[in-house]
Design a protein around this ligand. Structure first.
Ligand code: NAP
Ligand code: F7E
Length: 360
C-alpha cells in the first residue's frame, strides 16, 4: 500500500492533546489523513484553546482519560482502537515538580506504566511513543559538551526522575513484551502556542505587552541557564517518524545549538526594538532548588536513521514567537477577544506556598 493510502486507514491516540505538542501532532496527523483521537482531562474549565486556535477541534475525537486512572486508559484504548499511541501527557513543568513531587511522579512517571499496561492487556500490537526529555541528562548537562543517546542520565528534578522511570519502563515493555515502543529524547521545543509559564513564551509574551504599553517589567529566575531551543512543529514530525521505522529505538531530537536565558531576552527585546536591561530583573523566588546548567543535543542518529534535521534555529524561533505575540496583543487592543491562551496563574503575590523557591 502506498504511504498516503496507508495513512488514511491509520488511527492514532494522543494523550495530552490539549498541550502544545499534542495539538501540533494532531494537526500533523490529520494532514496525513489519520483518524485522530485525543485524551483530555475533565477540568472544571475546558482547555481546548490550542485545538480551537489551530482550527482542528471539530476534526479530532476526544476521549476523557487521566494518567492517574488505569480504567480510563483501558477505556481510551478500547474506544479509539489505535494503531499508534503517542504519550504526550505529563505534568511537564519542571518548576512545579518541586512543589508537587509526588503528583508529578504519579502522572509523569507511574502514569506511563499504567498506559503501557493498558496497551499490553488490550492491544499490544500498537506502536507507542514516549515523550522523553533532555532533562534526563540533568547535571550531566555542562558547558562544552553535547548529549546523545549514549550520554549517561543524571536527573536533577522530580520531573526528570519521573521521566527517567518512564524512559526505562518504555524500554522494559519494548524488550520484555516485544511492544513497538520508542523514546523521543526531545530537547526544549517552543512555538507561539507554548504555555505561558515556560521561559520562551513568558519572555515573548512580555515583550509584546511591554511594546504595546500593557506591562512595564519582567521578572525572571536563572538568567545563566542554557538550553537547546527548537521549533515544536518540526519536533512533532520526528515523533511520527520514530513510529514508522522497521525497529523501535530511542532518538535525541535537538538543534545542536545552546543559548542562555539572557541571550533569549536580548534577542526577543531586540525584535521589538527594545533593550532588555530596561525591563528585566531577577526574582530570586523564581530560582529552582536545582537547575540544569546547559543542554545541547546531538541529533545525528535522528538525521541518519529518520532523515530528520532541524530547520528553524534560535534567532528565527524567537522572532516568530515575538511576532505572533505582538499580533495577538494588537488584535486584543482592537477589541478582539481570543481563545488563544488559557489564563496564566495569578501573580506570585496571590499564590500561597511554603516552598520559597517554587521555580519560574
Ligand atoms: P504541555 O503543553 O504541558 O501539555 C501536557 C499535556 O498533558 C496537557 O494536554 C495536559 O492536559 C496533559 N496532562 C497533564 N496531566 C495529565 C494527567 N494526569 N492525565 C492526562 N493528561 C494530563 O506539554 P508539551 O510541551 O506539549 O510537552 C508534551 C510532552 O513532551 C510532555 O510529556 C513533556 O513532558 C514532554 N517534553 C516536552 C518538551 C518541550 O520542550 N515542550 C521537551 C521534552 C519533553 P491539561 O490541558 O488538562 O492540563
Ligand atoms: O525553563 C530558566 C529555568 O521552564 C528553561 C519543559 O518543556 O523543557 C522544558 O523544561 C530555563 C530553566 O523549561 C525563568 O530555570 C529563568 O533553566 O522554559 P523552562 P525547562 O525547565 O527546560 C524540557 C526539555 C522538558 O522536558 C519540560 O517538560 O529557563 N528560567 N527564568 C525560567 N524558566 C521559567 N519557566 N520561568 C522563568 O521565569
Amino acid at each position: 500500500m502506498r504511504e498516503e493510502e496507508r495513512a488514511k486507514s491509520m488511527r492514532a491516540l494522543i494523550t495530552g492533546i490539549t498541550g502544545q505538542d499534542g495539538a501540533l501532532l494532531a494537526q500533523l496527523l490529520l494532514g496525513k489523513g489519520y483518524q485522530v483521537f485525543g485524551t483530555y482531562r475533565r477540568l472544571s474549565t475546558p482547555n481546548f484553546w490550542r485545538l480551537q486556535h489551530l482550527g482542528i477541534l471539530s476534526k479530532v475525537s476526544l476521549v476523557p482519560a487521566d494518567l492517574i486512572d488505569l480504567a480510563s486508559l483501558v477505556e481510551a484504548i478500547r474506544v479509539s482502537d489505535p494503531d499508534e499511541v503517542y504519550n504526550l501527557a505529563a505534568q511537564s513543568f519542571v518548576g512545579a515538580s518541586f512543589e508537587q513531587p509526588i503528583g508529578s511522579g504519579e502522572i509523569t512517571g507511574l502514569g506511563v506504566t499504567r498506559l503501557l499496561e493498558a496497551i499490553r492487556q488490550t492491544k499490544p500490537s500498537v506502536r507507542f511513543y514516549q515523550a522523553s526529555t533532555s532533562e534526563l541528562y540533568g547535571l550531566n548537562g555542562v558547558e562544552g559538551t553535547m548529549q546523545s543517546e549514549d550520554t549517561p542520565f543524571q536527573p536533577s528534578s522530580p520531573y526528570a526522575i519521573a521521566k527517567l522511570s518512564a524512559y526505562w519502563t518504555t524500554r522494559v515493555y519494548r524488550e520484555g513484551y516485544d511492544i513497538f515502543a520508542a523514546n523521543g529524547i526531545l530537547f526544549n521545543h517552543e512555538s507561539p502556542i507554548r504555555g505561558l509559564e515556560f521561559v520562551t513564551r513568558k519572555v515573548t509574551n512580555a515583550v509584546a505587552r511591554i511594546k504595546l504599553g500593557l506591562q512595564d517589567s519582567l521578572e525572571l529566575g536563572n538568567m545563566d541557564a542554557k538550553r537547546d531551543w527548537g521549533y515544536a512543529p518540526e519536533y512533532v514530525q520526528s515523533m511520527w517518524l520514530m513510529l514508522q521505522q522497521d525497529e523501535p529505538g530511542d532518538f535525541v531530537i535537538a538543534t545542536g545549538e545552546t543559548h542562555s536565558v539572557e541571550e533569549l531576552c536580548e534577542v526577543a527585546f531586540r525584535c521589538a526594538e527594545l533593550r532588555q536591561e530596561n525591563y528585566v530583573s531577577v526574582d530570586k523566588g523564581l530560582l529552582r532548588p536545582i537547575d540544569v546548567k546547559c543542554l545541547c543535543g546531538d541529533s545525528s542518529k535522528a538525521e541518519r536513521v529518520l532523515g530528520w534535521s532541524p530547520k528553524v534555529k534560535f534567532a528565527e524561533l524567537v522572532e516568530l514567537m515575538v511576532d505572533a505575540d505582538l499580533r495577538r496583543w494588537k488584535r486584543w487592543k482592537e477589541g478582539e477577544t481570543f481563545p488563544w491562551d488559557a489564563v496564566n496563574y495569578p501573580d506570585d503575590v496571590n499564590v500561597v506556598s511554603t516552598m520559597k523557591n517554587r521555580g519560574g
